[in-house]
Design a protein around this ligand. Sequence first.
Ligand SMILES: Cc1cc2nc3c(=O)[nH]c(=O)nc-3n(C[C@H](O)[C@H](O)[C@H](O)COP(=O)(O)OP(=O)(O)OC[C@H]3O[C@@H](n4cnc5c(N)ncnc54)[C@H](O)[C@@H]3O)c2cc1C
Length: 330
Amino acid sequence: MTSLKGRAVQVAGAGVLGLAIAQTLAEAGAKVTVFDPEPRGRASAVAAGMLAPVFETILDPAAADHFEILMSAREAWPAFAARNGITLHRSGALYSGARQPQARASIEQRGLKAEPRSEGLFSADDWRIEAGPSLALLRRRSSELGVRFRAEGLETPSPGDDAIAATGFLPVRWAPESRVITAIKGQILQVSGVDLNIGASDPVRRRDGGYICPGEGGGLIGATMQPGRTDLEPDGALDRMLAEVFPDLAGVGVAGKVRVGIRGAAPDGLPLVGPSARAGVWLAMGARRNGWLLAPLVASMIRAYLAGDDPGPWAERLDARRFAAPDLEA
Ligand SMILES: Cc1cc2nc3c(=O)[nH]c(=O)nc-3n(C[C@H](O)[C@H](O)[C@H](O)COP(=O)(O)OP(=O)(O)OC[C@H]3O[C@@H](n4cnc5c(N)ncnc54)[C@H](O)[C@@H]3O)c2cc1C
């Protein structure tokens, strides 16, 4: 691995992508400063924490063509989790929706095992972490590696330093390619006071349009997809999703805390990763529903780019300049 010793890097954004990048660059010897004015809009702390290449690409049409990328991102997780002290739950996922025959065929076509069970179709290849505690661990490890944190936005990067836009759904002026990113509001219910009978080592329960994930509180039920919305207010969309996808929970009186986050998305559903047309500027944003899953892969690609190493097989598909040429003067 080529050293980044002596390189000064400014990272905008302390979500999972910004933190994963900051610590990966610091491990390679760079002097890293992370800027973030506030947690508003930070999707990373809100997420369910699924690392789900299998069912994300089967149940989310926008991710149907992303299996190889998402699976290779998942492969980067065991080493990344170990470095950060993150508990990786390899407890799989169970799909009980209407498309089980197609899902089974699709999983087997990929050379993976699909196990029909009485409750649904099980795959052991989707994993998960707990987002809130994992974010705290990433920040702690980054600090241990000497990463500095500043509670302000990065409005104008210092000349001569490398600047990385890891600002989630928020475009930044100095990384013009970020203008293609659009927002998708997401709401998720952190259940309390009701026993959903889902323990930490149980699989995620997936249906068409929603999931129940073990984890913080009594489990998480998510999540809404509300394109174009950037407000952080809970609204009726979550109740509508619950009624539609989990009618069997209606009598249980399921309740808890609604967590709201805003995802960023590029037009093809894949993140923007790599150099801007502007020298010294790099992007790592727009990871849509899979920012946790993608973070270690994205961080290692950014490290390779900065070091002049090979960024790997996904460089072209994730190229930050792959959409219309931005107006660099604006
Ligand atoms: C309800 C929900 C459930 C989800 N579930 C999953 C899941 O199960 N698995 C999964 O992999 N993904 C999931 N996601 C998606 C995942 O959360 C995101 O893809 C990921 O968190 C994006 O991380 P990020 O670091 O790019 O952005 P964010 O976490 O949004 O962080 C961006 C940060 O940049 C900061 N910022 C903005 N502008 C500036 C600036 N100018 N200067 C400095 N800082 C700035 C913001 O304050 C923010 O803190 C979910 C998302 C939601 C909303």
